[in-house]
Design a protein around this ligand. Structure first.
Ligand code: PLP
Length: 475
């Protein structure tokens, strides 16, 4: 066992910090000016004006000394780079997947496999893509976006507990298996180009998916001959939760659980900026040659969209760093420390009466809908709370609610959102317990005037992925 605070049980961080980045606190007057200039959209604030940045855990965490060292080994050959083979061997060793394309990040993998799988259905079976729909426990926003720009619909089939923040359950990221089968029967298996298993389920609050649920979805998919994609940005956190919570896995290594999870998919699509700890990188890998034609099509499009397939979107050094990061991601003591940080933040917020989604893998998800019942969903309570948090404490979070979900592409009406959340994502090994205490303290300040907070409306609304560039006025 390692060192523990005897009063609170909090574990000392299982690493020491050797490179530091200064951050600066601002005054409330400065922040009011900054937020106004940013059109009341925290995405548009310059990071120099932020004290604690919990916008995302994507590419923002610390890297390890072995990852840094590996960069120097990069082979920058245009084709057949040694670093490519280091990376693809690591993928085969860890996940058991044989065919790999490195991409610049997760969406780089999506822009290759999504059109390829939809084309395949269209060409093989003479189907119309407008009748097609892909299924997921919950689509991440870029996965949804890539599916939709290829004229295919998306259907989410989350467990019914997923968005109810008052329900505690071990695997709130699970698929609703009955809904999966009912959906396939209703629209016809041939109209479903793929099923995406998202681990952990980002949109439901970083909630894990159980091994038995992954297996069951894969069996259903095989029965109906539908390929399964593991959208696996947070594969190691998911494996850690399985070890903690699912009977039978208590004594397994994280690496063994990982390999087992990936039996239940055909393709992996990864944003390596999350668990794999790199500032930039992604992977698209196929388990074997059973979808060889699709893999070849992805390789061809990779040349046009990312780069030659033995570097894709990455330089040689970055492929070496990613190969190391994939292994570092599975260090159990680091996973334990990381999940403890999230639990600490969530329980600290709940102790001052801020209701949260049950602690998941990478972030605290605050129920802004419950906290701000006087702000209607179309005036974005989660976003209003994000603005107030910045004004109070120079801390940045991201709305996960109606603003992110957006409008129905056909009717242009706001889609009904299951929960209005504010996400405080915690970058890996970056902030300390004192930073988390500061954020909790900030919320007790925010809470004092909570009933006076106002909603927002658009002064500029982009047609898609509007949360990134939108500008607002306060009501
Ligand atoms: C981050 C993420 C993506 C997209 O990856 P990028 O690296 O941001 O392009 C896709 N799926 C999930 C589940 C993610 O968390």
């Amino acid at each position: 066992m390692y060192q523990q605070d005897l009063k609170t049980g909090y574990l000392a961080e299982p690493y020491k910090i050797r490179v530091i980045e200064p951050i600066r606190q601002t005054t409330r007057e400065e922040r009011e000016e900054v937020l106004k200039l940013a059109g009341y959209n925290p995405f548009l604030i310059q990071s120099k004006d932020i004290f604690i940045d919990l916008l995302t855990d994507s590419g923002t965490g610390a890297v390890t000394q072995d990852m840094q060292a590996a960069m120097l080994r990069g082979d920058e050959a245009y084709s057949g780079s040694r670093s490519y083979y280091t990376l693809s061997s690591a993928v085969e060793d860890i996940f058991g997947y044989q065919l790999t394309i490195p991409t610049h990040q997760g969406r780089g993998a999506e822009q290759l496999y999504i059109p390829a799988l939809i084309n395949k259905r269209e060409q093989e079976k003479g189907l119309q893509r407008s009748k097609m729909a892909a299924i997921s426990n919950y689509f991440f926003d870029t996965t949804q976006g890539h599916t939709q720009i290829n004229n295919c619909k998306v259907i989410n089939a989350p467990d019914e507990s997923a968005f109810n923040t008052s329900v505690r359950a071990d695997f709130k990221g699970n698929f609703d298996l009955q809904k999966v089968v009912a959906t396939i029967e209703e629209i016809g298996a041939e109209n479903i180009p793929y099923i995406v298993s998202t681990i952990t389920c980002n949109s439901a609050g970083g909630q894990p998916v159980s091994m038995s649920n992954l297996e069951a979805v894969y069996e259903i998919a095989k029965h109906y001959d539908i390929p399964v994609i593991m959208d696996c940005a947070r594969f190691a956190e998911n494996a850690y939760f399985i070890k903690q919570r699912e009977a039978g896995y208590e004594d397994w290594q994280i690496s063994d659980i990982t390999k087992e999870m990936f039996k239940y998919a055909d393709i992996l699509s990864m944003s390596a900026k999350k668990d794999a700890m790199v500032p930039m990188g992604g992977l698209l890998s196929f388990k074997d040659d059973s979808l060889l034609e699709t893999f070849r099509e992805c390789q061809t499009h990779c040349v046009l969209l990312e780069g030659f397939p033995t570097y894709g979107g990455l330089e040689g050094g970055a492929m070496e760093r990613l190969a190391v990061g994939l292994y570092e991601a599975m260090r159990e003591e680091w996973l334990e420390s990381r999940i403890q940080q999230i639990e600490y933040l969530v329980s600290g917020l709940e102790s001052i009466g801020i209701q949260c989604q049950q602690a998941g893998g990478h972030a605290a998800f605050i129920d802004a809908g419950a906290l701000l019942p006087h702000i209607k969903p179309e005036h974005f309570p989660g976003h209003a709370l994000a603005c107030e948090l910045y004004l109070t404490a120079g801390t940045r979070g991201a709305e996960i609610g109606s603003l992110l979900l957006g409008r129905d592409p056909e009717t242009r009406l706001q889609l009904p959102c299951p929960a209005e959340l504010l996400r405080l994502a915690v970058p890996r090994a970056t902030y300390t317990k004192a930073h988390l205490d500061y954020v909790i303290e900030a919320f007790s300040e925010v809470k004092k005037n909570i009933h006076k907070l106002k909603g927002l409306s658009f002064s500029y609304e982009p047609p898609v992925l509007r949360h990134f560039n939108a500008r607002f006025t306060q009501l």
